[in-house]
Design a binder for this molecule. Structure first.
Ligand code: 5RP
Length: 226
């Protein structure tokens, strides 16, 4: 949770940005640094446009001068930079503690390249070690889905803010599912997607091309093996 490490990982991702690109903008405190720095470069003349993964990233991008477009305007993106809550040695991810997981997955899947920026506290041996798995659900189905998750194992809990159910930008609720460290995250991601009432989960398997990790000894880059 070191903000200067988050900053260092985030600005390192700007090396990937080229003039003319259509970008995906992630959500969270790490990517906030990236969006601010991107805005500074746009102010210096860099021409890019971007689709945001949340209303708050969109608002920040507009504030710092990054032109915002939507999927009505563009069919695909060149590069998305986003944060993560956990990163495994295979570069599988847990995402969504910030509540933007569905739009984040939509944007990442529309991107040619998906780059993750984290501080080294996010690196784990197995997903599920430090973070619950956020599961976005249609509000009507939240109790049904929670019972299904409890039957699979672990402890699901409806996310609340100030005592009220958290509402995503899509108008849905999020169940945070605390599980034992996961052996096969790709299979679990598929299984979760198959539960009626689940919109999607915060498991992002086989998606990240590169993870930029900032730690006390510097910034390192983990690349997906071909
Ligand atoms: C939001 C996310 C974030 O990328 C993730 O929670 C990491 O956030 P932060 O950079 O604040 O640690 O998935 O839905």
């Amino acid at each position: 949770m070191n903000d200067s490490l988050k900053y260092r990982a985030a600005v390192a991702a700007l090396d990937e940005v080229r003039a003319g690109m259509t970008l995906g903008l992630g959500t969270g405190s790490t990517v906030t640094h990236y969006i601010r720095e991107l805005g500074r470069r746009v102010g210096e003349g860099l021409e890019v446009r971007a689709v945001a993964t949340s209303l708050r990233s969109e608002a920040l991008a507009r504030e710092v001068g990054v032109p915002i477009v939507t999927f009505a305007d563009v069919a695909s993106l060149d590069l998305t930079v986003d944060g993560a809550d956990e990163v495994s040695p295979q570069l599988d991810l847990t995402k969504g503690l910030g509540g933007a997981l569905v739009r984040e997955k939509v944007v990442a899947r529309a991107s040619e390249r998906f780059v993750i920026v984290v501080d080294d506290s996010k690196i784990v041996d197995r997903l599920g070690t430090r973070s619950p798995i956020p599961v976005e659900v249609v509000p009507f189905a939240s109790d049904v889905v929670s019972r299904r998750l409890r039957a699979i194992g672990g402890e699901p809990r409806l996310r609340r803010v100030d005592g009220e159910p958290f509402v995503s930008d899509n108008g849905n609720h999020v169940v945070d599912w605390r599980v034992e460290p996961i052996d096969d995250p790709a299979a679990l991601e598929r299984d979760l997607k198959g539960i009626t009432g689940v919109v999607d989960s915060g498991l992002f398997t086989n998606m990240a091309d590169r993870v930029i990790v900032a730690g006390a000894s510097g910034v390192r880059s983990l690349e997906r093996s071909p």
